[in-house]
Write a protein that binds this ligand. Structure first.
Ligand code: DX5
Ligand code: ZN
Length: 217
């Protein structure tokens, strides 16, 4: 059985003490660190940009999984890679120049991911999947942590898995939004290789246990 990777989302961390939160990720057994960048336009919330990532970068060796929720991400991908992103994912709904954006991310040495919202057809991935390192299936509408996993997301993940297995076996499937220790197993079974968890990790009294439960040991 493959090992599911767990990527805690620092959106649910303490913004006044983000350095400590990031350092803590290795101790609790996180595989990746999920970093949510929001512009207040693509989503109705704001977080942070390059400077935060650049300052957090020296504090952890873990893989920085940067999820851009911004309009026209092509303008900025290079700066996110330079700031320290290992992978940059962007929304299909936010960019017209999808091929060029993927190429832009890869050209500066990072991995590239494409994201779809819960109401975007899963076949939107099809034309790009063989160029991508990761596809991210949102299981909530992006913008906030702590929302409820949307029913029907498991079927969407399974559809993406069928497409991935057929067209691009090495591309990872990531799922983001509303993950709990109770639903993580079914999300992994549906096809997730990487599971993002904000509230389920940062809201837990024992973060390490929460990561283990989500990974499913
Ligand atoms: C939502 C973000 C998610 C969020 C997940 O817009 O993209 O990464 O932090 O938080 P939870 O796991 O609490 O739903
Ligand atoms: Zn995210």
């Amino acid at each position: 059985m493959k090992r599911t990777l767990v990527a805690p989302s620092i959106l649910s961390g303490n913004f006044a003490d983000m350095g400590s939160e990031v350092k803590n990720m290795k101790d609790i057994g996180a595989d990746w660190i999920h970093v949510d960048v929001m512009d207040g336009v693509f989503v109705p919330n704001l977080t942070f940009g390059f400077k935060m990532i650049q300052d957090l970068r020296p504090l952890s060796e873990l893989f920085f999984d940067v999820h851009l929720m911004i309009v026209e991400p092509r303008r900025y991908v290079e700066r996110f890679v330079k700031a320290g992103a290992d992978l940059v994912s962007f929304h299909v709904e936010a960019e017209k120049e999808i091929d060029a954006t993927i190429e832009g991310i890869k050209a500066c040495g990072a991995k590239a991911g494409l994201v779809i919202n819960p109401d975007t057809p899963t076949d939107k991935f099809a034309p790009y999947i063989d160029k991508l390192d990761l596809v991210l299936v949102m299981s909530v509408f992006p913008g906030f942590g702590g929302q409820k996993f949307i029913d029907g997301s498991l079927e969407r993940i399974a559809k993406v898995k069928e497409m991935r297995d057929r067209l691009a076996p090495s591309c990872l499937i990531e799922v983001d939004g509303g993950v709990t220790t109770a639903n993580a197993e079914s999300i992994a079974k549906a096809g997730a290789d990487v599971i993002v968890a904000g509230n389920a990790v940062f809201g837990a009294t024992d973060r390490k246990r929460a990561v283990e439960a989500i990974r499913g040991k």
